[in-house]
Write a protein that binds this ligand. Structure first.
Ligand code: NDP
Length: 403
């Protein structure tokens, strides 16, 4: 039984903490801290009602490293699980180093003043974690996270090498709102308005945002438009699978979402530079995020399924020539809400955060330094996905994707 300290109290954190409490044999002592303590208390109350487990709560600004160090020392966890925002990754890693504790997150660091997410800042911590005998695990959500584990499972059990990789992220859920984002609106909009980038012949190729779309028929959802975009796991997948000729990431967006986003972009509401308004400086995107529906409020109304997976083509392990496999998970928004009070986008991220934490605190995944999911044995993680609400399936396709 281990002690864990979770930072952040949004939808992802809520799911992760519920799931940790459902696995009290692994996570015996759960502590939750965030900027707004009342949100921690709400999660703790729901966890108590659903599982009977207690969760201790605290207020913290995770960007205040000395305060974080004090909190870590007070709680004495074996792992800090960062489910706040990407901006807090580096200060939380600094605090973990100073207090001597392992670290896990679900999204790579992003500076506030530039919509640019890259692993380089966190990879630069490798030697410090290594020298301290500590482990940091990066990107243990669904994408990044499960998509990387899916890829490495295919490479361990089906394919000797991967020639082409396509990650397909479909949210077939309908929340009944004209425009809302399923996870933190600021991070979500920064991600989808950035130029698209994919890996091709040893380098990243940049193309205009939302410039390439195709239709794909998703099981349990139906046909949807998918748009090619950049997503952070492409960077680690390319690093750890240098043989890949091409790797791309695709996400579904409805016409209504695209229409609203286009208007918001055209009128300057997605800008991240400060604008003077009535004598005060405001960041338009932060203001927009404040007026949009909170992702955690969408749970009750969201109906339908997510279907996220990976299609990989490469040389078969058994020597039978080139093969293509599709490995994916289908998750119901309604079932996720019934179990944890959160919709499937939070669920599909919070469950892998719990599983990555379990891998670390049970010693199934170990190491000194900063690691990506690709570097770990996929098998125990894949087993836990099946047992903890995100079952996966794998099938062979007739040939490589035709788009
Ligand atoms: P939310 O915005 O719902 O929650 C973020 C939480 O972090 C809030 O409780 C917020 O506090 C808290 N927070 C923000 N700043 C600070 C701070 N300085 N100190 C302490 N707490 C702070 O986000 P989500 O739950 O949707 O997402 C959480 C993380 O998961 C994000 O990093 C997101 O990018 C990542 N993610 C990863 C995915 C994956 O598949 N890998 C998919 C979806 C999300 P307050 O309540 O006061 O605002």
């Amino acid at each position: 039984m281990s002690t864990v300290l979770v930072i952040g109290a949004g939808g992802v954190s809520s799911v992760c903490v519920h799931k940790m409490a459902m696995n009290a044999d692994i996570f015996g002592d759960i502590h939750l801290a965030s900027r707004t303590k009342s949100k921690c208390d709400n999660i703790a109350a729901s966890v108590k009602e659903r599982t009977g487990q207690d969760v201790a709560t605290y207020e913290i600004d995770a960007e205040e490293v000395p305060a974080m160090v004090n909190l870590i020392r007070k709680v004495g966890p074996s792992l800090v699980v960062n489910l706040a925002l990407p901006y807090q990754d580096l200060p939380i890693m600094d605090a973990c180093l100073e207090a001597g504790v392992d670290y896990l997150d679900t999204a790579n660091y992003e500076p506030k003043d530039e919509a640019k997410f890259e692993y380089k800042w966190q990879w630069a911590y490798h030697d410090r974690f290594k020298d301290a005998g500590l482990m940091a695990l990066l990107g243990s959500g669904f994408d990044p996270g499960v998509t990387s584990v899916f890829t490495m499972w295919l490479k361990k059990h089906k394919l000797k090498s991967i020639r082409q990789l396509d990650i397909l992220d479909c949210n077939g859920g309908d929340h009944g709102q004209a425009f809302a984002t399923n996870f933190n609106p600021e991070i979500n909009i920064r991600e989808v308005t950035a130029p698209a980038r994919h890996w091709e012949n040893g380098e990243f190729v940049e193309t205009p945002a939302m410039g390439k779309k195709v239709e794909f028929d998703f099981e349990a959802v139906g046909p949807k438009n998918i748009y090619m975009m950049y997503h952070e796991e492409l960077e680690s997948l390319a690093k750890f699978n240098p043989e890949m000729e091409r790797a791309r990431f695709w996400m579904t967006f409805g016409d209504e979402y695209i229409k609203h986003l286009t208007v918001l972009q055209n009128v300057g509401m997605t800008r991240i530079d400060p604008v003077k308004y009535q004598g005060k400086e405001i960041i338009p995107l932060q203001f927009l995020a404040a007026v949009l529906p909170k992702p955690e409020s969408l749970g009750e109304t969201t109906k339908g399924n997510t279907n996220i997976g990976v299609i990989a083509t490469g040389e078969a392990l058994d020597g039978s020539g080139e093969k293509t496999f599709y490995i994916n998970n289908i998750c119901s928004h309604e079932a996720a809400y019934e179990e944890t009070g959160n919709q499937a986008v939070s669920y599909t991220t919070g469950v892998p955060a719990m599983i990555g934490s379990a891998m670390m605190v049970t010693g199934k995944w170990t190491g000194d330094g900063v690691f990506n999911m690709e570097e770990m044995d996929p098998d125990p993680f894949m087993d836990m996905l099946n047992d903890h609400g995100l079952p996966w399936q794998v099938k062979e396709l007739d040939g490589p994707v035709g788009f």
